[in-house]
Design a protein around this ligand. Structure first.
Ligand code: APR
Length: 229
């Protein structure tokens, strides 16, 4: 079976009703990154940070996977599929994808603020000041903030290296190290980019740019890949 790696960003969840980060009305137009998504913000005002992520979690729990998330599941019948997402939502899992790696953490998890290996599922929607890990430290969202390292990248790189096909969906590819992942693909790897505002350069012969919304383009591409398999 061929190996397909799917790199997703906020754009794949846009049609489910979750805001993207950049662009007009993006999340970072209405919230300052430095107020809510950095270790400094957490040190300065943890209550504000918790409220920001409590709101994100509530919104995510109210929405459903869309046609793009659902179509990707079909690929698993005939390909080895790994999804590497920058998203903190769980829409790939709820759609039914079986191998999903979250580079930037997960909204439904908390973790110890003194031991990053102590990770817990968040059962109730809200995290509060006073919620503690088993070592007695305040729990923080299990989110990779700006300025923090992205440990999962080490596991994502070999997946891209062995990929026969890479599908990049709904990410502006502005945030490293995720944005550098394509550099690890083989010269023969076929790459697809689905994004109405794709900024990728199409000189490369193995790159197909599909400037459409994920909900339209992903089901079509999945059907094509399954038919040509
Ligand atoms: N279908 C496909 N792509 C879409 C759609 C759609 N319906 N709607 C928007 N897009 C595209 C936009 O054109 C844009 O290129 O999705 C992309 C979203 O880009 P960003 O908002 O920058 O989101 P992302 O790339 O996921 O951000 C990366 O930045 O703030 C951090 O940690 C956060 O994981 C996030 C990271």
């Amino acid at each position: 079976m061929k190996n397909i790696i799917i790199l997703t960003g906020a754009g794949i969840s846009a049609e489910s009703g979750i805001k993207t980060f950049r662009g007009s009305d993006g999340l970072w137009e209405n919230h300052k990154v430095t107020d809510v998504a950095t270790p400094e913000a957490w040190a300065r005002d943890p209550d504000l940070v918790l409220r920001f992520y409590n709101e994100r979690r509530k919104q995510i729990r109210e929405v459903l996977p869309n046609k793009a998330h659902l179509a990707l599941v079909q690929l698993e019948k005939y390909f080895n599929v790994d999804i590497v997402t920058q998203n903190i939502d769980d829409l790939h899992e709820r759609a039914g994808s079986s191998q999903v790696m979250h580079l930037h953490g997960e909204i439904n998890q908390s973790r110890s603020s003194i031991d990053e290996n102590l990770i817990y599922d968040i059962v109730n929607a809200e995290m509060k000041i006073g919620d503690q890990c088993e070592l007695g430290s305040q729990l923080r969202p299990n989110i990779v903030w700006f300025g923090e390292s992205v440990p999962m990248i080490e596991q994502a790189i070999p997946l891209v290296e062995k990929a026969d096909i890479v599908i990049v969906i709904g990410t502006s590819m502005q945030v490293y190290p995720a944005a550098g992942l394509l550099d690890f693909s083989k010269p023969t790897t076929q790459i697809y980019n689905i994004d109405p505002n794709s900024v990728m350069q199409s000189q490369q012969k193995n790159l197909s740019i599909i400037k459409q919304k994920a909900g339209v383009a992903v089901p079509l591409l999945v059907r094509e890949l399954l038919n040509n398999n």
